[in-house]
Design a protein around this ligand. Structure first.
Ligand code: GDG
Length: 462
């Protein structure tokens, strides 16, 4: 097939999941997310194509159409799944880039698999891109792809966006392949990060690991200049608010509070079950507050912990820790039919998530480290009546944007407890003032704004 696409998105996962249809044949179901809704208009306008992994170890489907999108599926063998995905992506890069909250493992075999898989993604992009095309590569799983494309194609513009933090140099320097990663990334014309601090960390790594010269946000690479800057990602705030305003969703929110026995205060946590999200510190603070009676008798915590990376060791340990903590709290404080923690290790449809956001008085986001944290923004988008309070970790990208939140250091349990109490006892007027501030930010800087500003900068300066 000749390369025909003027716009190519390369991300670890495709925006569809393979499922079994009613007749037993494979079919593709949309897995909607902010990224898809932001990029869909650009994809349609420019006849774009999306390259990504299908999410299983079946054979690669190659180019196909689903959901009105042109897609190219990359396959992973069982070995690549283990060494590249579970290994180098989830057990080396993820903990390293999140400030080594869990110890990263370094294995040469995993690195080799990372190189091989990155090559396959890069080749697919090269094959799909029309002359002069724009290629947008996403995230830490694909850091070598920009340079691997550049080696074959000098005619294309390449952008890269890192969804997770970029660590300080003292941490990044642990990576045995740090120079190769920097070189891989610098194949791009524009590198986007969530926060300015991430871009600064990256620029420092260019100087220290690769001996390059930087000036402001630019890195000189031979005769090219690469830009590194912050583009904080966001959500489709309008679409989510529309869901939250639906009558059936509002009714469901009322039902949830009824099912919880109409407490005075509903606290909510929604996270992938990941050690970066600070679920254990949240439970610790909540357990102590219950013991001290500081939240009153009619309080509940609903904690959705959606299953994630269940075969990786650190995630199994975390799950055990969280479930032990939950049952300790419930064991100590529950009355029959009335547990103080409702723990849900399940994934829910968007509507149920919106109903939960509507049902919660206080949203708890206590990540130890988080590139952005979209859950915080989703809560704000759903609170169209301007009520509710957000407790937000300083170590999220979102904290740079939402000045109306109650900011906390999640490592400081006493500080966290005090902040939860303040948020739970906020006056309606103060809540409104804070929520209004946050809602304005999330509405104006939505995911479409993010995509426009990244692609605009790539076209202009890249
Ligand atoms: C990475 C970075 C950065 C969760 N459970 C369910 C569900 N979710 C949705 C949430 C939200 C998304 O998943 C999670 O996004 P986060 O930003 O909170 O976190 P990560 O998954 O770690 O994402 C992060 C992000 O990339 C974007 O750049 O912000 O820092 O780590 O949208 O609503 N959605 C549904 N059911 C669930 O059970 N439908």
């Amino acid at each position: 097939m000749s390369p025909i696409h003027k716009f190519v998105v390369v991300s670890s996962r495709l925006p569809v999941d393979r499922a079994e249809g009613p007749d037993g044949a494979a079919e593709w179901r949309p897995s909607p997310g902010g990224l898809v809704s932001a990029l869909e208009p650009v994809m349609r306008e420019s006849g774009g194509v999306w390259i990504g992994w299908t999410g299983d170890t079946g054979p690669a489907p190659g180019p196909f159409r689903a959901n009105d999108l042109d897609l190219v599926g990359i396959g992973l063998s069982a070995e690549q799944f283990r060494d590249y995905y579970e290994g180098f992506c989830n057990a080396t890069l993820w903990p390293l880039y999140h400030d080594v909250i869990a110890p990263p493992a370094f294995h040469r075999r995993w690195w080799d698999a990372y190189v091989t898989v990155n090559r396959a993604f890069a080749q697919a992009a090269v094959d799909q891109a029309a002359p002069g095309a724009t290629i947008w590569v996403h995230d830490y799983q694909l850091q070598l792809v920009p340079q691997l494309i550049r080696e074959q194609r000098s005619d294309v513009r390449i952008g890269f966006f890192n969804h997770i933090p970029f660590p300080g140099y003292e941490i990044f320097a642990q990576l045995p392949w740090r120079r190769q990663v920097i070189t891989g990334l610098l194949g791009a014309d524009l590198l986007g990060f969530q926060r300015r601090a991430d871009a600064t960390n990256f620029l420092r790594a260019c100087r220290r690991a690769a001996g390059l010269v930087t000036r402001g946000s630019a890195v000189r690479v031979g005769d090219r200049e690469v830009q590194a800057a912050a583009f904080p990602i966001s959500i489709d705030a309008e679409a989510l608010e529309q869901i939250a305003r639906r009558e059936d969703v509002r009714k469901r929110a009322t039902e949830i509070r009824l099912a919880l026995d109409e407490p005075d205060t509903v606290l909510l946590g929604i996270d992938r079950l990941d050690y970066t999200k600070g679920i254990p510190v949240r439970l610790r603070a909540y357990g102590e507050l219950l013991r001290e009676g500081r939240l009153g008798p009619r309080v509940v915590l609903v904690q959705v912990a959606s299953p994630s990376r269940e075969r990786v060791g650190a995630y199994q340990v975390l799950r055990d820790d969280v479930e032990l903590a939950v049952s300790r709290i419930n064991g100590e404080h529950a009355e029959v039919g009335n547990p103080p923690v409702h723990y849900l290790h399940q994934a829910y449809p968007r509507e149920e998530m919106a109903a939960l956001y509507l049902a919660a008085d206080v949203m708890l986001v206590t990540s130890l480290r988080d590139g952005m944290n979209l859950v915080a923004k989703e809560y704000v988008a759903c609170r169209y009546d301007e009520s509710g309070a957000l407790v937000l970790s300083e170590f999220t990208g979102t904290a740079d944007e939402l000045s109306g939140a109650f900011l906390v250091n999640p490592h400081d349990i006493d500080g966290l407890k005090d902040t939860i109490v303040r948020a739970a006892t906020i006056s309606p007027a103060d809540a409104r003032r804070r929520m209004r501030l946050m809602r304005r930010r999330v509405r104006e800087h939505d995911v479409a704004y993010w995509a426009r500003s990244f692609l605009g900068t790539l076209e202009r300066d890249g």
